[in-house]
Design a protein around this ligand. Structure first.
Ligand SMILES: Cc1cc2nc3c(=O)[nH]c(=O)nc-3n(C[C@H](O)[C@H](O)[C@H](O)COP(=O)(O)O)c2cc1C
Length: 326
């Protein structure tokens, strides 16, 4: 039943359910761009966020890469932070108690360099109260498979997802890497291995060079590109993935406005995450949630009825079927 206010104004529902997790609104902050939440408490009302995906956590603490680790590009940023984090045990002791005080859903991003590492991190984190779900970052090289990145290989993806799902006390969101030829292969492998939802995308591998010194702009030589530059690529990947799997999708990549977020939702995402925009405008997620609500009110639709409603003018045309012009 569409709900209407006292003046007959439509009151849209923008809350969403993903893998059994109920989010008050569909806008989360992306892992690695919002610390452990508390760092932003003096800047915005954290209770207004749909969810917080905390910085990637590994079983053991990690130092990260030497600086420079971040470089601003024309339409985004390159980073090679190196997954610096306090480790699962300190996260439970030092970071989770604050997150538990919030109404906002807490999603813990998890990574490792072997399947056993992922499982160990999850087993430690399972002891914590106040976690609503895990987001599995599979953009890491498997040190036992010659550095082959988990998220590039459907077989390795299936292995780590199945083992993590088995170990996990909470719903499992698998975060896909965009550095692949066909993201649907990895999406389907994750779904078949037991993923409850998918989030996409992580950063694109990129590089920038200082031509005066002929040196890379970041110490790691290559880094992950994020921000507005990647948005059309990410929207395309969400669109392709939505058509390939049944589990819910969280869209990520260059979102800074409600219109950006709505592109992802219409392409098939049930929720979105804000990453790079947090660095220069920490209130972005709140602004995006308000803008989505306004749009839904104007269109007299509930959010979930918008998901995947892209109208393709000529049936069969588009990224999956047609060669590209230009
Ligand atoms: C500085 C930085 C650190 C990040 N750290 C992580 C991380 O620890 N785990 C992860 O899964 N993604 C990490 N990401 C990727 C983001 O969560 C997000 O997927 C990506 O930046 C694309 O979104 P955006 O264009 O809105 O930034 C990081 C991104 C940035 C910019």
């Amino acid at each position: 039943m569409p709900s209407t206010g006292s003046k007959g104004q439509f009151s849209p529902r923008i809350d969403v359910n993903i893998a059994g997790i109920h989010f008050e609104n569909p806008v989360l902050t992306a892992s690695g761009t919002f610390g452990y939440g508390q760092e932003f408490a003096h800047l915005i009302d954290l209770n207004q966020l749909g969810g917080i995906c905390v910085k990637g956590i590994s079983a053991d603490p990690m130092e990260g890469n030497p600086s420079p680790r971040i470089y601003e590009t024309e339409a985004g940023m390159l980073n090679a932070i190196g997954l610096q984090n306090v480790g699962a045990e300190r996260f439970l002791k030092e970071k989770l108690p604050f997150l538990r005080t919030l109404r906002t859903r807490c999603i813990v991003n998890v990574f490792g360099y072997s399947t056993e590492d992922y499982v160990r991190a999850i087993e430690i984190l399972n002891e914590g109260e106040g976690i609503h779900g895990y987001e599995l970052n599979i953009s890491c090289p498997n040190t036992r498979c010659g550095g082959m990145v988990y998220g590039n290989d459907p077989r390795l993806t299936a292995e780590v997802v199945a083992a993590s799902k088995k170990a996990s006390r909470y719903p499992l969101i698998v975060k896909l890497s965009p550095n692949v030829t066909d993201i649907t292969e990895l999406a389907c492998a994750s779904e078949a291995a037991g993923a409850d939802a998918l989030s996409l995308v992580n950063t694109f591998v990129g590089m920038a060079i200082d031509v005066e010194t002929c040196t890379p702009r970041i110490s790691n030589v290559t880094g992950g590109l994020s921000g507005p530059a990647i948005k059309p690529l990410a929207v395309r990947m969400v669109y392709q993935t939505y058509r390939a799997v049944k589990i819910p999708i969280i869209g990520i990549g260059g979102i800074a406005t409600a219109e950006d977020a709505l592109e992802f939702i219409i392409a098939g995402a049930r929720a979105v995450q804000i990453g790079t925009a947090n660095f220069y405008a920490p209130e972005t997620a709140l602004r995006v949630a308000d803008g989505i609500r306004d749009y839904c009110r104007r269109k007299r639709t509930h959010l979930t009825d918008l998901v995947g409603t892209l109208k393709v003018p000529h049936a069969g045309a588009g990224v999956l079927a047609a060669p590209h012009a230009g």
